[in-house]
Design a binder for this molecule. Structure first.
Ligand code: ADP
Ligand code: MG
Length: 232
């Protein structure tokens, strides 16, 4: 398996206010898979993504990527893990306001030895004609495309997306999800995505449902999940 999540536990707070947010999360993801995390608000989806992303630390359990355990890595290898393997897309685009579309994407390329060709990527993202615009000259969907470009330009093996369409209307959300699928097919990045958008039914290879800090369902679909198959 490309990525293995083993018995992850995480609590916040101490004493009486201590809350166990992840209660032993266990699953694996194959290379190139689109894995979608579902679950009600507060069920620990972002916490799980942040632990996989090296932003937060689990209390116990392990993450193994291509045979390498994350918690065995020292600071230097952890930095390398983040740089080599991870791209992050959030609900808010967090673009740098005084840099153009192309420059915002170049920021993402800065830490990579082998970035993707930026003009090729701008075209894939439908941003080539907008490359010299500033973020405030763009629609929400175009800003999110730019943030996907910034995440993907270093060609990370894993693209983590935390509610990437949470701030977008229905139509634009579908476009963004389609784009993430296109990127996954073109560049082969494994995608782990939190979303509530039901356009997901057609593109997910795996759907994991969290509730109360545990995995309630783990669906796998070889031929993609047919609409209507999921019990939401
Ligand atoms: P989701 O993304 O599924 O909505 P989160 O992972 O953001 O859920 O949060 C899960 C639970 O953990 C929530 O009850 C939230 O309040 C709590 N939580 C998340 N981060 C922190 C933190 N840094 N400190 C304290 N509690 C937190
Ligand atoms: Mg969240």
């Amino acid at each position: 398996m490309f990525l293995e999540i083993n018995n992850l536990k995480k609590s916040f707070g101490t004493g009486e206010s201590r809350v166990e947010v992840l209660k032993g999360i266990q699953f694996s993801v194959e290379k190139g898979e689109i894995c979608v995390l579902l679950g009600p608000s507060g069920s620990g989806k972002s916490t799980l993504l942040n632990i996989i992303g090296g932003i937060d630390e689990a209390d116990s359990g392990s993450i193994v990527i291509e045979g390498e355990k994350i918690e065995d890595m020292n600071e230097k290898t952890l930095t390398r893990y983040r740089r080599k393997h991870l791209g992050y897309v959030f609900q808010m685009y967090n673009l740098i306001p005084n840099l153009t579309v192309k420059e915002n994407m170049e920021v993402g390329a800065y830490l990579s030895d082998h970035p993707l060709d930026i003009n090729d990527l701008l075209k894939t993202l439908g941003l080539y004609d907008h490359r010299d615009k500033l973020p405030n000259q763009l629609s929400g969907g175009q800003q999110q495309r730019t943030s996907i470009g910034r995440a993907i330009i270093k060609n990370p093996s894993i693209l983590l997306c935390d509610e990437p369409t949470g701030a977008l209307d229905y139509h634009t959300s579908k476009e963004i999800l389609k784009l993430i699928e296109d990127v996954n097919q073109k560049y082969g990045n494994t995608v782990i995505m939190v979303t509530h958008n039901d356009a997901i039914k057609n593109m997910a290879d795996r759907v994991i449902r969290l509730r109360d800090g545990q995995i309630r369902k783990n669906y796998v679909n070889e031929t993609k999940i047919a609409a209507g198959d999921l019990d939401w």
